[in-house]
Design a binder for this molecule. Structure first.
Ligand SMILES: *[C@@H]1O[C@H](CO)[C@@H](O)[C@H](O)[C@H]1NC(C)=O
Length: 217
């Protein structure tokens, strides 16, 4: 084995990765975290109280006002279950591309698990209920309520729970394909729910392809 050639190749690969990660990836983002926070807060204020479905429609229509066809129109059929990090909930995909995804995520009855370690920043806007978070070294739960934003920085880890009914709008910005193994591991090694697996692959691939065809990566 020629170690000189190997180290040259490794150097080139790492440099390309560093360049893409630092200079290209951030230019691909279209979603503004402040704009999303505004949409969430305004929607909570105007949607009929105690009707989460109406809130979902309200948020989706405001997202479409700002981001157009980058957002799939909301419908109640395109939800799918999601098992990841030992937590179980369901999700609706508004948008997916190489650098971003925007989904509703939550559960009607509560769940608890590991956030996963991701190559993406995660923005979790609470719509209904509460998300509880355990930060290492802090013996008290951090509690996020409707209208609050919980930011999980790339590479960080927490334990989280939704003690009972809780739904959120979640934005991830970073290397989205690198998050997919975490999103599928519980299905492949635990639930063996291949119907959900197929639905998730179908909708993720569909949204990503639609984004690419619009030139959004
Ligand atoms: C909640 O809102 C949805 C969507 O606007 C509507 O179809 C449904 O009838 C509402 N439910 C109740 C109980 O008002």
């Amino acid at each position: 084995m020629n170690y000189f050639k190997l180290s040259i190749i490794l150097g080139v690969v790492l440099s390309v990765y560093y360049y893409l990660d630092t200079y290209v990836l951030p230019t691909l983002y279209i979603f503004d975290t402040e704009v999303l926070h505004g949409i969430v807060k305004e929607s909570i204020a105007v949607a009929p109280p105690e009707n989460t479905t109406a809130l979902f429609y309200e948020i989706n229509s405001r997202l479409r006002d700002v981001y157009g066809d980058n957002i799939t129109p909301y419908n109640t059929e395109d939800w799918m279950f999601n098992n990841a990090g030992n937590a179980m909930g369901s999700m609706f995909i508004h948008h997916a591309s190489i650098s971003e995804y925007l989904i509703f995520f939550g559960t009607a009855i509560g769940t608890e698990g590991h956030t996963g370690v991701h190559m993406a920043n995660d923005y979790f806007y609470i719509l209904k209920g509460e998300q509880w978070v355990h930060d290492l070294g802090d013996p008290d739960p951090i509690i996020y309520k409707p209208g609050d934003l919980h930011v999980l920085k790339r590479g960080s880890v927490q334990q989280y729970s939704m003690p009972t009914t809780c739904f959120a709008l979640e934005l991830a910005q970073g290397w989205i394909p690198a998050m997919l193994p975490f999103g599928f591991a519980d299905t492949v090694f635990s639930t063996l729910d291949f119907g959900t697996f197929a639905k998730t692959v179908y909708f993720t691939a569909k949204r990503m392809t639609e984004s690419m065809l619009r030139g959004k990566f």
